[in-house]
Ligand binder design. Structure first.
Ligand code: 3PG
Length: 377
């Protein structure tokens, strides 16, 4: 059977060059990292390699490739004062920077997404990156759903291992994808309908109850014949009638809407007006489902329940507290939900908080990711 080897399996790495793919795609404001969760999650692997005397070359993307990773370096300096940074990704200057590294040094390369070869999964580009190191390590779970050169090609060109965070993501998420303890409650929400569809289909089979919110809920209400006003809905290309027939599906009976003057109010789903926008689930729904949450043995949750970016986070916060107080093994994923978890200092109250957004959705739906498969041997 094929296996994934972790950094702990490498053996002697003293003096060897390790190209470590991390996901430092973090929110930055005024040149400062505003949520350090993903960077913090990568620190144990970097420390492990540094302590073993490896020369650690870090590689990450940020946004669409136009931004600099310099704010990440300033944050990491607290932990690794020796860290160096170049804005280049490949080329002569990078080769010379890498050649002057000593054992235990850390160098963060430039934003890998500015190189077209990265997203085009180009072999020539991957070979240029591979030439910088002896060993490749993937600790970037959050980007492992992308077939990009640094994720799926590099492990074919160098001896490849998984970092500690990637191993932890796999172990914890497998508790949900492989023989989860039941009752299993899935809470699926968020703005992007189509990306969540495979997850809904999978959990219609696996879960005992599915709670739906966000654009998913709006679309289902619309198909059921309710007025959804100006709410975000899907493009209608998917037939949702089968999903609506499932007895596992739990739809809230009350929602919070915003009218065209920007005033919000809680209404029954049958009372939404044509000029309203559904912006959140009404908090009393969370009280209604609390007994289900308390009885659950496994809970998986992806995406905030309301328009979090516009301040509609009441239902999400209430549900986070409810899930945090349950005895179930709970897995939380998705950037915005995780940001709220950090803000509420609830990180330790869940079974596992995933660093992924789209990657977590894809893993939960399929049980693996292209970047993980590429590490198997
Ligand atoms: C994420 O933020 O989900 C990952 O960093 C992947 O980023 P991407 O969606 O831009 O590929």
């Amino acid at each position: 059977m094929k296996k994934i080897y972790s950094v702990k399996d490498i053996g002697n790495i003293k003096g060897r060059y390790v190209l470590l793919r991390t996901d430092f795609n973090v929110p930055i404001k005024n040149n400062k990292v505003v949520d350090t969760f993903r960077i913090d999650a990568a620190l144990p692997t970097i420390s492990f390699l540094v302590k073993k005397g490896a020369r650690v070359v870090l590689l990450s993307h940020l946004g669409d490739g136009t931004e600099s990773l310099a704010p990440v370096v300033w944050y990491m300096k607290k932990k690794f004062p020796q860290i160096l940074h170049t804005e280049d990704v490949v080329g002569e200057s990078v080769i010379s920077d890498v050649e002057s590294m000593k054992n235990g040094d850390v160098l963060l390369l430039g934003n890998v997404r500015k190189e077209i070869g990265e997203t085009e999964n180009n072999k020539v580009f991957a070979l240029a990156l591979a030439g910088l190191a002896d060993i490749y390590v993937n600790d970037a779970f959050a980007v492992s759903h992308r077939k990009h050169a640094s994720v799926t090609l590099l492990p074919k060109l160098l001896p490849a291992y998984a970092g500690l965070q990637l191993m932890s993501e796999i172990t914890h998420l497998q508790k949900v994808t492989q023989n989860p303890k039941t009752p299993l409650v899935a809470i699926l929400s968020g703005a992007k309908f189509n990306t969540k569809l495979p997850l809904i289909k999978e959990y219609l089979k696996k879960a005992d109850h599915i709670i739906v919110a966000g654009a998913l809920l709006n679309s289902l209400l619309k198909v059921r014949g309710y007025e959804v006003g100006k709410s975000l809905v899907d493009d209608g290309s998917v037939d949702l009638s089968k999903i609506l027939k499932s007895k596992k599906l739990i739809l809230p009976e009350d929602v919070t809407v915003e009218d065209k003057e920007g005033k919000s109010r809680a209404v029954a789903i049958s009372q939404v007006l044509s000029n309203d926008t559904i912006v959140d689930i009404a908090p009393n729904f969370i009280t209604d489902i609390a007994p289900l949450i308390q009885k659950a043995k496994t809970i998986v949750w992806n995406g905030p329940l309301g328009k979090y970016e516009d301040g509609y986070d009441k239902a999400t916060k209430l549900l986070l507290k409810t899930v945090a107080s349950s005895k179930a093994y709970s897995v939380i994923g998705g950037g915005d939900t995780v940001a709220l978890v950090s803000k509420m200092k609830l990180e330790k109250s869940f079974g596992f908080v995933s660093t992924g957004g789209g990657a977590t959705i894809d893993f939960l739906a399929t049980g693996t990711l292209p970047g993980i498969k590429a590490l198997e041997r």
